[in-house]
Design a protein around this ligand. Sequence first.
Ligand SMILES: *Cc1c(COP(=O)(O)O)cnc(C)c1O
Length: 424
Amino acid sequence: MEAFQYRDGELYCENVSVKRLAEEYGTPLWVYSQAKLLHEFKAIRDAFAEADPVICYSVKANSNLSILELLGQAGSSFDVVSGGELYRVQQAGADPTKVVFAGVGKTDGEIRAALEANILMFNVESEGELDAISAVAAELGCVAPVALRLNPDIDAKTHAKTTTGKRGNKFGMDIERHNELAAKVLADPHLELRGIHMHLGSPILTTDPYEAAAKKARDVVRQLRAEGHETNWINLGGGFGLSYKGDEAPPASTYAEVILPYVREAECRLALEPGRSICGNAGVLLSQVIFTKHEGGKQFVIQDAAMNDLVRPAMYDSFHRIWPVAPRVPAPVDYEAEIAGCQPVDVVGPVCESGDCLAKNRWLPELHRGEYLSTFSAGAYGTVMSSNYNSRPRGAEVLVDGENARLIRRRETYDDLIAAERLA
Ligand SMILES: *Cc1c(COP(=O)(O)O)cnc(C)c1O
């Protein structure tokens, strides 16, 4: 399903002209498609239906309250990695009893808040964390549900900054230690072992890493059961691929095909933590051309979205399709090839960093001051990673549903920039 399509030479989100949204709300502007968010959530849920899965949408991919509310109402649960994300899930009116909580550095305060919210389980990432959770649970007089986050030592062949399941990453505990750690949980009256968790990294475009992880998970569950543990959950994390360029990412059903047989053999319930694959292609970032210039033998397009808005190109060298909102040249199928009627340009922002570049040597039609551009696949790890660097207020966010558009976060003001600061 395509949420964003060119019709009569103009970009639409569902049935709303995005140019109209840019004119009404200004730029930089984030535009999301409600139908696309729901479509991708349901595709995962249906693909894995056989395992009665709990789909824990990964809040860190896009944590806007309206998006959490929408997915919660569609039956999604949530994967949080901080007390702040747990707070957001609660503020969005979602059910915290199906929440899973990952992260290598949970503080006592965060552990307490999660126990008080009665979450489904902690994905525990170190032995020290097991001790801390046990201590807080003892204080509250409760039993804390935990899953061991195991590092399966699988190379998911993704960017060095987003691979998480390879031996030596900071995440989880070495898989060989599962027996020793499970024994520790069993001996502790304030801990209950619910299952095991693995998250391999992101985005993963092939199914091999998931197959290897699911197989290891099945084997660990069997060994734990043989030791007398009741382990009923396998959580295989998130990381499903996203089509940033064309259709390079397989559908959810392809991942399900390799994962489900092992979950069936392990006789476990399945938890998943997809983020990017649900919201990534449900959002675009709209910007407006401020200037163009030709210097040093290069053509530059300077527009008003910058690395403080979308940091992925600067941080991970990631590729985002970019095309005018009302183009004179039809959008290409292949954005990396030479395009007739276009020239290679660097699309840059106003931030004072050479790394502030959304695209390098990208074929684009001639652009003029005031024209709007759309940066695609910006729904995941966009706003959540944005900052106020260079004292730039964050842009607004709009959610489209059919013919309607609703503001779900207002544009920040200069007053917002200094609101938390104090003069003597
Ligand atoms: C980031 C993260 C995810 C989500 O990854 P996506 O690529 O957005 O699907 C899931 N689980 C954990 C533990 C994570 O840190």
